[in-house]
Ligand binder design. Structure first.
Ligand code: EPS
Length: 403
């Protein structure tokens, strides 16, 4: 029984962010460079705050990897928080012996929109710092590290995961893409863009919008898309509600901090259309004497009946503006119950480009879990043989063909 499990731990200004990935088979070639690439992509993006110039996120394998290969045991990844050096007193696990020079008064005024108030109510914290530290989006470092392991694993079966930003604030990209063909997106342009958007003109306008928001003490949200392709059909399932891959993807991407809407393809727009405009007719393709079933369109965004169709999976997410505002909203001090301006914590103007990288990680984790649930395998060779046998059987029956 191979169940993929990904767990993160770490406080924003604690010693490190940690991720434990259980269930990856033995024998997967992996290097710290594979993880570090995604960690540095997560740090990029116009509109990030001062913290990003302090950090230079790099991973260390603490367990599960030896001589560049996974062992089959839990993989533990550790990313040091360089800023921790500036927070030694405040973040000390031991009770402080003496007050430091630093102003260490507790935070008592919650930021509307952040976890501050509900988190204090839930755990009984009186210093909101006890909430802020774990609720911070810095936690996504661990997700991206674990997601990079899953990305490496998926690459072995020809699966790719990429994200692009399609809007920030009111500025939207005008680049059109065909969900049936990920090559209709210029992924290099998205990677080169300061905001992760493949439309150069829109990228410049997004940066200008971020500058305006900064001047106003505001923050901005936006929309990003995650594409995953190279999949075989039949991942996920329709027999049990928890197997449905739609729900798993929607939940995983919806668990990213500040994400408030997730759809598969044009899920919301499709709700207003008639059936013939929404579903993908099947067709027969031929090459020599071979015939197989295919689709010319991918309106289903790669999922039918809770399972992959073999077409690209496209997940779209809406992120709200970050709750920390340098021109703060009205709030209430939880120690005096008096109205006062919200606490201002160092933050980003927007983190939509970074959230796209986190989205890639979440999709990679869900898809890797679906592959492992279907094909199992203690070693990569066992896993790959099972995938190849299944794909060969589908091609034999003409139900699908790898393109
Ligand atoms: C973040 C680290 C945080 C914030 C941001 C994301 O670092 P600090 O709080 O030290 O500035 O920059 O967190 C938030 C936006 C948030 O709401 O918590 C990171 O590494 O992504």
């Amino acid at each position: 029984m191979t169940e993929l499990r990904v767990t993160t731990a770490g406080e924003s200004h604690g010693p490190a962010e940690v991720c434990v990935v259980e269930g990856i088979p033995a024998g997967l070639a992996i290097r710290t460079a594979d993880i570090d690439l995604d960690l540095s992509r997560r740090q990029r993006g116009y509109g990030r705050g001062a913290r990003m110039s302090i950090e230079s996120d790099r991973c260390r394998f603490i367990a599960g990897v030896r001589q560049g290969r996974t062992l089959g045991s839990p993989i533990c990844l550790l990313v040091e928080n360089l800023d921790h050096a500036n927070w030694l007193d405040l973040m000390s696990p031991e009770p402080r012996q003496q007050p430091s020079d630093r102003a260490v008064s507790p935070i008592s005024v919650p930021r509307p929109g952040h976890a501050d108030l509900s988190g204090s109510a839930k755990y009984g914290h009186t210093d909101i710092r006890d909430v802020v530290e774990r609720a911070s989006a810095r936690e996504t470092v661990g997700r991206v590290a674990g997601g990079a392991v899953c990305r490496r694993f998926l690459a072995e079966v020809g699966v790719m995961v990429r994200a692009r930003v399609v809007s920030i604030g009111a500025v939207a990209a005008s680049t059109a893409a065909d969900p049936a063909d990920p090559c209709t997106i210029d992924w290099d342009a998205a990677e080169a863009s300061a905001v992760g958007c493949d439309d150069q003109e829109a990228s410049a306008a997004m940066c200008a919008a971020i500058d305006r928001a900064r001047d106003l003490g505001e923050s901005l949200g936006g929309v990003f898309e995650i594409w995953c392709w190279g999949l075989c059909p039949g991942l996920g399932g329709y027999a049990r509600m928890e197997d449905r891959l739609d729900g798993r993807l929607l939940g995983a991407v919806g668990s990213i901090p500040a994400v408030k809407a997730v759809e598969l393809g044009n899920g919301f727009a499709n709700a207003a259309k008639v059936g013939s405009e929404v579903h993908d007719p099947l067709t027969v393709r031929r090459e020599g004497r071979k015939r197989w079933i295919a689709r010319d369109t991918n309106r289903a965004a790669g999922l039918e009946g809770g399972m992959t169709t073999g077409m690209p999976v496209v997940v779209r997410a809406g992120m709200k503006p970050i709750p920390t505002l340098t021109t703060p909203l009205r709030s209430v001090d939880i120690s005096t119950l008096e109205e006062i301006s919200a606490h201002v914590e160092r933050s980003d103007i927007t983190a939509v480009p970074a959230a796209g990288v986190v989205g890639e990680a979440m999709v990679a984790i869900v898809i890797a879990a679906a592959y492992l649930a279907k094909f199992g395998g203690d070693s990569m060779s066992q896993f790959l043989s099972a995938v190849r046998a299944y794909e060969a059987g589908l091609e034999e029956r003409g139900l699908w063909r790898r393109s």
